[in-house]
Design a protein around this ligand. Structure first.
Ligand code: BG6
Length: 499
């Protein structure tokens, strides 16, 4: 791994939660691993009135072992909505690069509310800070949410592309930075045994779960305008679908991989009309006791209106209309206040065509399953039938189970670490491209519209500590199959109901 070339990282939103909890810790790790360039600095930008020393003091409270990170941190107090302040920013950057005798390569990280995503690039551009020339590079990282629907995402793309070129724009989806998410590509395309089976002839269905045990916490104000469909499904879950379903890229390059993701998104069968009620289940968590502890309902959370109809759970049955996946259902679900935090992809293979051995203790189905565990306990599990010892031919499911932590070198970098380093190196493979973002919004837009317009689309209440509304279970359950439940429902009480 080579070190990136020298640059300054400018973080807008430098006193915010994301910077403190994710960005600076990720940079600290990179520094300890000696992966930052010799000439490197961070310039934090925000309205809060810090200077370098007080900013470092504030950040140090969030770092257990800051190493040499603190000395790299600088701060400029400015209002990002004030065009004239960008002259001060430009002067400060000129001074910082002159002191270090370095090339003025810059990464601008927008860790700000989305309302600033159009403004900051416009003012940066006017101040001449986005222009690339004579080998100097300028990049911008945009956090999610990237738009709130198809039109707003497209407008944002148009606006960004008015000031920057696509190769300068890095749209973050932190799921792509997760080691095990990237491992989906390696598992599929570096092994001869999986890919021949990875299609409609052998796969019965695919299941993707990303559950969280926490509620919305202090983010109620943001979340209530978002909901699970926008917050998790449109981006993180669809990216996972993209990786599981894509065709092998011709080479491992940013555009080759992103072209294949785009094709998957373009092949998603639109969910419209009555299918919205049947193929998309939305839920909202309600107060209950989980292992004796009282959990508030979503409507009791700070910043959430008492009559909110925002979904904290969504489950969806979708199809990918192409030759590989025609007629194979993909079931995906995500939710807050579920029994545990787990993200996993389960590929359910068809059962054997002829039942020779009648007694089989089943797990979540009769066929083999490949479980790709994204978090926690990262790894891969293959379930297959084995003979129970003794008389007869009773079959039991056993596991071939690989855990990342069993590797001697089991260090799993944080997603932001990987993504920041990639941007520093100019590699946008794990960032989302404008066309893919728009294609993903195009797919979820009709659902959002229907939910807004039609009060008859049900919103189901589910008790905290359960796997979401019971109707979501019915969507997949039949005689043979169920969702894979990594653990049982944990609610001690509570009612399922329609809200
Ligand atoms: C974020 C969502 O993008 O992802 C959060 O806004 C969610 O609501 C988080 O909690 C989940 O990320 P992770 O890495 O904890 O699975």
């Amino acid at each position: 791994m080579h070190k990136p070339s020298e640059h300054i990282l400018i973080i807008f939103g430098a006193s915010g939660d994301l910077t403190r909890r994710k960005l600076i810790p990720a940079l600290t790790e990179l520094q300890k691993l000696d992966l930052l360039p010799e000439k490197f600095a961070v310039l934090g930008i925000g309205r809060t009135d810090y200077d370098d020393a007080s900013y470092r003091r504030m950040i140090s409270k969030y770092l257990e072992d800051p190493g040499e990170m603190l000395s790299m941190l600088h701060y400029l107090s400015m209002d990002p909505e004030d065009k004239d302040s960008y002259v001060r920013l430009s002067d400060r950057l000129t001074e910082m690069t002159a002191v270090r005798q370095m090339v003025p390569n810059f990464i601008f990280y927008l860790a700000t509310p989305p309302g600033l995503y159009a403004t900051v690039p416009a003012y940066l551009s006017k101040a001449g800070l986005t222009r690339e020339q004579d080998g100097i590079w300028r990049r911008i990282i945009v956090e999610k949410p990237f738009g709130t629907d198809y039109l707003s995402a497209r407008d944002l793309n148009i606006s960004l592309l008015g000031y920057l070129q696509e190769h300068q724009i890095y749209r973050i989806d932190h799921y792509l930075g997760k080691e095990t998410v990237q491992n989906v590509l390696v598992t599929r395309f570096s092994n001869g045994i999986f890919e021949p089976l990875w299609n409609r002839n052998f796969v019965h269905h695919v299941e993707i779960t990303s559950s969280e045990s926490l509620g919305v916490g202090s983010r109620g104000g943001y979340y209530d305008h978002s909901g699970a469909l926008r917050d998790m499904l449109q981006n993180h879950l669809l990216q996972l679908v993209g990786l599981v379903a894509m065709e092998p890229p011709t080479v491992i390059s940013s555009d080759a991989i992103r072209n294949e993701t785009l094709k998957v998104f373009q092949s998603l069968r639109p969910i419209t009309g009555e299918d919205i009620k049947n193929h998309v289940i939305r839920g909202q968590y309600m107060a209950s006791h989980v292992r004796g502890e009282a959990m508030p309902g979503y409507r009791e959370e700070d910043g959430v209106p008492l009559d909110s109809r925002t979904e904290t759970f969504v489950a969806m049955k979708l199809f990918i209309d192409n030759w590989r996946w025609g007629s194979v259902p993909f079931y995906i679900r995500t939710g807050k206040r579920l029994p545990t935090r787990v993200s996993e992809i389960v590929v359910h293979f068809n059962p054997s065509p002829h039942t020779l051995f009648c007694e089989r203790e089943t797990g979540a189905g009769k066929g083999n399953q490949l479980v790709i565990r994204i978090q926690p306990d990262e790894g891969i599990l293959l379930k297959f039938g084995m003979k129970v010892q003794g008389a007869g031919f009773k079959v039991q499911d056993v596991n071939m189970d690989f855990h990342y932590e069993d590797l001697t070198n089991s260090y799993i970098p944080e997603a932001y670490q990987r993504l920041l380093l990639d941007c520093m190196q100019g590699d946008s493979t794990l960032y989302t491209r404008d066309d893919a973002v728009e294609a993903a919004w195009r797919f979820v837009d009709p659902i959002l519209r229907a939910w807004e317009a039609d009060p008859n689309v049900p919103l189901h209440g589910y008790p905290c500590g359960t796997w979401g509304p019971e109707v979501a279970d019915q969507m997949i359950e039949g005689e043979t199959y169920t969702w894979r439940y990594p653990c049982k429902n944990l609610a001690d009480d509570g009612l399922y109901c329609e809200l």
